[in-house]
Ligand binder design. Structure first.
Ligand SMILES: NC(=O)C1=CN([C@@H]2O[C@H](COP(=O)(O)OP(=O)(O)OC[C@H]3O[C@@H](n4cnc5c(N)ncnc54)[C@H](O)[C@@H]3O)[C@@H](O)[C@H]2O)[C@@H](O)CC1
Ligand SMILES: Nc1ncnc2c1ncn2[C@@H]1O[C@H](COP(=O)(O)OP(=O)(O)O)[C@@H](O)[C@H]1O
Ligand SMILES: [Mg+2]
Length: 280
């Protein structure tokens, strides 16, 4: 098993070319946030915008609209009861993130099924939180077209893979990840990423991160990174590394690190770790 190293960051995070605009940096659509879990999709959206996605649209329960815009005026909003009208936005996205705070009721299941039906080749589909639980509960197949990136914590991975947490060995996890044909980020205090038949361990992370919303933030960051950077596997690995590297830095001075603080630290961290523009 290889470790993700800091060297990867300058390879993935590139200096922005002068001749660019928001369209250069990708469109991300995030779907989630029921009436009770609005914070989850707000945190994910914050992470997508702060990691540099060009255009971000959040499809969520309408009760979350004003909080979303208080936190993040950069995000566009779509009422998740009007999903039909938003189909063209989902189809035009480079990356779709579904699941943070989505919940597991019938409406959530319907949003997930509709998203799976729309997701297509060329898109990245990041599947997190409640969406993973819904897939397990309803035995849903992953869509065939997009690059699927699953971000389960150990219990979500147990539900999805059938492998009990105590038995989640590298070998067993890899077998299921291969069967699913997806990139799988199995989150724990030492997160592992299953990608291209390889397993990478994230060297960082701190118990200061053990607070609700930390995974929602990672899902949004993976959305932002895969929207901007060409090599999608490396973009996922770099997002995982960056998430905990920022937390480790903040934890030197804080007992607990809040998810939104990771997002707020992203622009500075990414500038410090950017590599040269490919053309330079
Ligand atoms: N502010 C918000 O709106 C928040 C909403 N959230 C959303 O709430 C929904 C349910 O997600 P939850 O994860 O809370 O609930 P789940 O029921 O999916 O998972 C929590 C259960 O998994 C167990 N578990 C075992 N190993 C674990 C590990 N390594 N990491 C985490 N849990 C582990 C826990 O003990 C617990 O029993 C998701 O959609 C999530 O996005 C959460 O992110 C919390 C914050
Ligand atoms: N003790 C810990 N050490 C390192 N990382 C941790 C620790 N506890 C939690 N994390 C990280 O925090 C995130 C938690 O994700 P998740 O459980 O999905 O949170 P939520 O759904 O509440 O947003 C993961 O990225 C996990 O690796
Ligand atoms: Mg989660």
């Amino acid at each position: 098993m290889e470790k993700i190293t800091e060297n990867l960051l300058t390879k993935v995070i590139r200096k922005r070319p002068a001749n660019s605009f928001k369209g250069t940096y990708g469109k991300v659509v995030l779907i989630g946030g029921s009436q009770n879990f609005g914070g989850a999709i707000i945190m994910a959206s914050l992470a997508a915008v702060y990691s540099g996605a060009g255009l971000v649209t959040t499809i969520t329960n309408p009760t979350n609209q004003s909080s979303l815009h208080d936190w993040l005026p950069e995000a566009m909003f779509v009422d998740d009861n009007q999903f039909d009208a938003a189909q063209s936005i989902v189809t035009a996205a480079n990356v779709i993130v579904i699941g943070p705070g989505l919940g597991t009721d019938q409406h959530a299941l319907s949003l997930l099924k509709q998203t799976f039906a729309l997701a297509k080749t060329g898109q990245v589909l990041v599947i997190d939180g409640s969406a993973l639980t819904l897939i397990a509960q309803n035995n849903l197949a992953l869509p065939k077209g997009p690059l699927n990136v699953l971000t389960p914590h150990q219990m979500e991975w147990q539900r999805l893979s059938g492998i009990k947490i105590a038995n989640q060995t590298t070998q067993k996890n890899r077998e299921v990840a291969n069967q699913l044909g997806a990139i799988v980020v199995v989150k724990s205090h030492r997160t592992q990423v299953y990608v291209d038949n390889q397993v990478y361990e994230n060297p960082g992370g701190t118990p200061a991160q053990a607070t609700g919303g930390m995974g929602d933030t990672l899902a949004g960051m993976i959305g932002g990174f895969t929207a901007q950077f060409n090599n999608k596997s490396e973009a996922v690995l770099a997002a995982v590394y960056t998430h905990s590297a920022i937390a480790d830095e903040l934890a030197k001075k804080q007992y607990v690190v809040l998810p939104h603080q990771i997002s707020e630290a992203l622009p500075t961290f990414m500038l410090q770790h950017q590599g040269a523009n490919q053309a330079e």
